[in-house]
Ligand binder design. Structure first.
Ligand SMILES: Cc1cc2nc3c(=O)[nH]c(=O)nc-3n(C[C@H](O)[C@H](O)[C@H](O)COP(=O)(O)OP(=O)(O)OC[C@H]3O[C@@H](n4cnc5c(N)ncnc54)[C@H](O)[C@@H]3O)c2cc1C
Length: 474
């Protein structure tokens, strides 16, 4: 990297907000998808939209590619710099700019951590509904880029259902506003298309987020099963009964053991699987649904169904669930979290496939996922020092995703395509579809300098990254 460019970044954001020493850069070499790594040459940490625009204008003039990064909790390598020497991190753009409870919105800078929004409006009786399990760390900008979901997606929807508008710095440095404060805007839905663009349309610098009233009451159950099959059959039966809980989460035995060892909630470590089921709403309406859910759990041989006795127990239960990925570190030195989606009724089928893939590739695969949405997260355990095992993890992951597609599902439920799944896009899209998508991207990002080499595989192109060496031809 040209040192004059680095000193011009320093002029814009201050030298303390530019990272260029190799040792300090090493923390930016991957996100939560650690199978592939790639170092940026410099990381710039602006505080404001104006600073982002000035950096991006400079990069535009010099024809240098860049990649946006929030907290780096992404699970598909979305913020990996591939042929993009400059990383623009939003971690210092961390202010909630405006709270309007009467009109039910908050304006937050892109680097604000998801949970901070709900914390800021909690005393007024509101919440920001999308609650990824990473919500203590992930940023609003990252959530917008990935169209993130979370356990409560089942009832409340994903990020796109809760973002009214945003400010975006386009790859030439122009600042644009998309959407607004109103519920609907005339014209094409540019807001909708930008959410989930995985940072390939520009850098989101702030977003206007819809607030949702906190539910009056909750019923949160822990249902314990001998087998994964019985738990997933319960999920299908609850949905088929026309009940829409706020959340249905599943953890299998490997996860239960890791979580219990880490957090001592009181999960039965001999259980085959547990479901966490939450109903919310007006207290008076919850009792009949509670009875029905209890019946369905029992009909599917749940050996125990516990209801959280108070808010403290409910909070502890969710804390354990949301920290489940962290606990997986107890099971193996490395893990890869896959993310696919199947129609809800196919959850038992995909779980069977995951078991047979684990046997075929001689891997341990743990499962913790948003069962109510059909959004699976098999966690493939491995040791990156074992090259053969690492290779098997990549192949097993690909086979699971192909099975999701074959069952009528898709390649990602919420973690995005990033670098990880580009090679599998042709499983669901024709070359014409992919070409059309790249044309849409060109409207925002004509030279593909903003987060290049992501999402859309190029015909006859290949992406090469450090570890494991992967080539993704179309
Ligand atoms: C333990 C754990 C649990 C998780 N649970 C969930 C879950 O329940 N639901 C879920 O959906 N995801 C989950 N994730 C995945 C991840 O947390 C989300 O994708 C999250 O939205 C990423 O936010 P981030 O700030 O870390 O973004 P990053 O990882 O930094 O970036 C993700 C993508 O967004 C782009 N980006 C980041 N900021 C901006 C910006 N300001 N403008 C434009 N593009 C930007 C990046 O270029 C990249 O492509 C989990 C991850 C972990 C590690």
């Amino acid at each position: 990297m040209d040192s004059t460019l680095i000193s011009r970044f320093a002029d814009i954001v201050g030298p303390e907000n530019v990272v260029s020493h190799k040792t300090n850069l090493s923390v930016y070499d991957c996100d939560g998808y650690t199978l592939e790594k790639s170092l940026p040459e410099v990381v710039v940490l602006p505080h404001s939209t104006e600073q982002v625009a000035a950096i991006v204008k400079l990069l535009h003039k010099e024809k240098v590619s860049f990649v946006p990064r929030g907290a780096g909790t992404g699970l598909s390598g979305g913020c990996l710099p591939i042929d993009a020497p400059v990383m623009i991190g939003t971690s210092r753009m961390n202010k909630i700019l405006h709270i309007d409870v009467r009109n039910r919105y908050v304006v937050a800078q892109a680097g604000v951590v998801n949970l901070w929004v709900s914390n800021a409006v909690k005393n007024a009786g509101f919440q920001y509904a999308p609650d990824p399990s990473s919500q203590q760390a992930c940023t609003i900008g990252g959530n917008v880029a990935e169209n993130s979901g979370g356990p409560h997606t089942l009832k409340y929807g994903v990020t796109t259902n809760h973002v009214l508008g945003m400010e975006l710095v386009l790859p030439d440095g122009e600042i644009v506003t998309i959407g607004g404060m109103a519920e609907d805007m005339p014209g094409y839905d540019l807001r909708g298309i930008t959410i989930g663009a995985e940072g390939t349309f520009g850098i989101v610098t702030q977003a206007t987020l819809r607030l949702t009233r906190q539910p009056q009451s909750y019923r949160t159950f822990l249902a314990v099963y001998e087998s994964v099959h019985d738990s997933t059959q319960t999920v299908s039966d609850i949905i088929a009964a026309g009940i829409v809980p706020a959340a249905i989460e599943m953890m299998d035995n490997l996860i239960i053991q890791a979580v219990e060892e880490a957090f001592h909630f009181g999960f039965p470590t001999d259980a085959g699987a547990v479901l966490i089921i939450e109903l919310d709403g007006l207290a008076a309406g919850l009792d009949p649904q509670t009875t029905r859910i209890m019946e369905l759990c029992k009909r599917n041989r749940a050996r125990e169904v516990r209801v959280a006795r108070d808010e403290a127990e409910r909070t502890a239960l969710w804390k354990s669930r949301k920290r489940a990925f962290g606990a997986v570190g107890r099971l193996a030195p490395n893990y890869c979290t896959q993310d696919g989606v199947v129609p809800r009724t196919k959850v038992p089928d995909i779980l069977r496939t995951i078991t047979s893939v684990a046997e075929k590739y001689q891997l341990r695969i743990a499962n913790v996922f948003h069962a109510g949405d059909g959004n699976i997260h098999p966690i493939l355990l491995y040791d990156e020092r074992n090259a053969d095992e690492t290779e098997r993890v990549v192949k097993a992951g690909q086979e699971i995703l192909k099975a999701c597609v074959d069952l009528g599902g898709s390649l990602t439920g919420e973690h995005g395509i990033g670098i990880e799944k580009m090679g599998q896009m042709p499983l669901i899209f024709s070359p014409e579809d992919l070409l059309l998508m790249s044309r849409i991207r060109s409207v925002f990002n004509p030279d593909s300098r903003c987060n290049p080499n992501k999402i859309i595989p190029m015909p006859h192109g290949c992406i090469d990254v450090r570890m494991p060496r992967r080539q993704v031809p179309l």
